[in-house]
Design a protein around this ligand. Structure first.
Ligand code: BES
Ligand code: ZN
Ligand code: ZN
Length: 489
């Protein structure tokens, strides 16, 4: 789908050549390209400003049917996400024109200010991620492109394998998007687990799917408590990527609530409509493991994914119920809509005990409070491990899946106190809800290296952007993959 190419952009027969243009500098070495850009810049319609585009048909001396110029602003201000946005805009334009393919001219790597590999990665990501439509339930008006070529003036083979790797990582993100966009009626816990299994087996991951009987026997009681209100029975998916020679194990835990109605504390209109997205953490974890297997990442990984549906019914848990968690602590249910933390603590405590991971990271659409704090585009990172928190924030800066560190203040723990159980599942006030949720989880990390990422904001967007449709974003796959790669090197 995404390929590297060293064709001559001027002489080759193409349907569309897309050319990034800066306001103030030539980004390309080819004289003919620069001459064409110069000619068009004479007119006021196009000066290379950000998001500015113009299509030129059969330009003289070129063999391309059309040349699409896209402005990127001042050359010195170009960063990796500007390149993603630009490539996304190019692909969207080509899709709107119903084309089958596009060739994107990469800025000349030698005199471009960004690192060559990062440049190719970012352009490849923007293009690949934009070339996707969720088409399970209706035919898209304009189908995605069949091929995207990145045209380079270097023949280095490492760039070729880099392009293939970028393609695979993006396919992980797109897989996560497809899972999240699928409505809850078509992804009950059993169906979702089965869908993960199909891909896991194809890629050579180890997989166990645990059903209710196993969960009961093992004592996953807070997870089962959430599940008990739904007819659709829960599953625990355990994925294993164990390359030969790898030593450390990283455990990834993902919240998999296929639909969060809130339970007896039913969500109101206005909050409930998008709650098929409440398994975005699970989707990101599963897709990250699949990506790691495809790319033969040299780190042991386990993915532990509790999957339930949170529904109100005659069998649902009630506020006031007290449940003994897998770890042994009793939990008083203050609010049945604070269900994510209930399934996560059993999965996390069990994973830490079973696999003794060096690092544990959970991803969860956990709290509306985190969205209030950071908005829809930034995730909250909670960890008492400075090193791990920094590494996550750096990885997020790189992939533009932005993370912001949030505090884990010890004295806020008193908010979780219960008169009748070891802990409550919600805070006593409504303030700092993302923090009390994270503190609740931290009690089950047993002092190991652990980070929690609250993705309630960025997992699912009302409005699409340059390299994503409205709906699921696949947030977390590129982020965690980048983290794992930097940890391994
Ligand atoms: N799944 C929600 C959090 C959420 C909110 C995800 C918005 C995506 C977008 C979570 O289970 C929840 O309902 N949290 C409650 C916690 C409260 C009852 C303490 C919340 O945030 O209101
Ligand atoms: Zn909830
Ligand atoms: Zn939830």
């Amino acid at each position: 789908m995404l390929q590297l190419s060293t064709i001559d952009p001027v002489k080759s027969k193409l349907t569309a050549l897309a050319v990034p243009v800066a306001e103030d500098k030539n980004l390309h070495r080819d004289q003919k390209i620069n001459a064409l850009v110069k000619k068009i810049k004479k007119f006021k319609e196009f000066k290379g400003a950000k998001d500015n585009t113009i299509t030129y048909y059969e330009p003289q001396g070129f063999n391309s049917e059309r040349v699409i110029l896209i402005g990127v602003g001042k050359a010195d201000e170009i960063d990796l996400d500007r390149l993603r946005v630009m490539a996304g805009q190019m692909v969207k334009k080509a899709i709107d024109l119903d084309l089958a393919e596009i060739a994107i001219l990469v800025p000349s790597l030698k005199n471009f200010k960004l690192d060559p590999e990062d440049t190719i990665t970012a352009i490849g990501e923007g293009a690949r991620l934009a070339n996707h439509r969720f088409d399970k339930y209706k035919k898209p008006e304009h189908p995605p492109l069949k091929r995207i070529k990145l045209v380079l003036d270097s023949t280095a083979t490492r760039y070729r394998s880099l392009t293939a790797r970028v393609n695979t990582i993006c396919e992980g993100t797109l897989q996560a998007r497809n899972w999240v966009n699928t409505p809850a009626n078509d992804k009950t816990p059993a169906v979702f687990a089965g869908s993960i299994k199909k891909l896991a087996q194809k890629t050579g991951l180890g997989i166990d799917i645990r059903d209710e009987r196993w969960l009961k026997k093992e004592g996953f009681n807070t997870m089962l408590a959430v599940a008990q209100g739904s007819q659709n029975r829960p599953r625990l998916v355990v994925l294993r990527h164990q390359p030969k020679g790898a030593k450390q194990t990283v455990a990834l835990i993902g919240k998999g609530v296929t639909f969060d109605a809130g339970g007896i504390n039913l969500k109101p209109t206005g909050s409930i409509e998008t709650m098929k997205c409440d398994m975005s953490g699970a989707a990101a974890v599963a897709a990250t493991l699949i990506t790691a297997a495809r790319l033969k990442l040299n780190t042991n990984l386990v993915g532990v994914i509790p999957i339930v549906e949170n529904m109100p019914s005659g069998t649902a848990i009630r506020p006031g119920d007290i449940i003994k968690s897998w770890a042994g602590k009793t939990v008083e249910i203050g609010n049945t809509d604070a269900e994510g933390r209930l399934i996560l603590i059993d999965a996390m405590a069990w994973a830490i005990d079973t696999f003794a991971p060096k690092v544990t990271i959970d991803m969860a659409t956990l709290t509306g409070a985190c969205v209030v704090a950071l908005g829809e585009k930034i995730a909250g990172v909670f960890s008492s491990d400075n090193h791990l928190a920094d590494a996550l924030i750096h990885a997020g800066d790189y992939t533009h899946e932005r993370c912001w560190r949030m505090p884990l203040p010890d004295d806020y723990k008193e908010q979780l106190k219960s008169e009748v159980a070891d802990t409550g599942n919600i805070g006593t006030t409504r303030w700092g809800g993302a923090i009390t949720a994270a503190l609740f989880l931290s009690e089950f990390a047993k002092g190991t290296r652990w980070a929690h990422i609250d993705i309630a904001g960025p997992a699912f967007l009302k409005k699409g952007n340059a390299y994503g449709e409205a709906g699921a974003t696949g947030f977390g796959v590129r982020l965690i993959y980048r983290l794992l790669e930097t940890m391994a090197s």
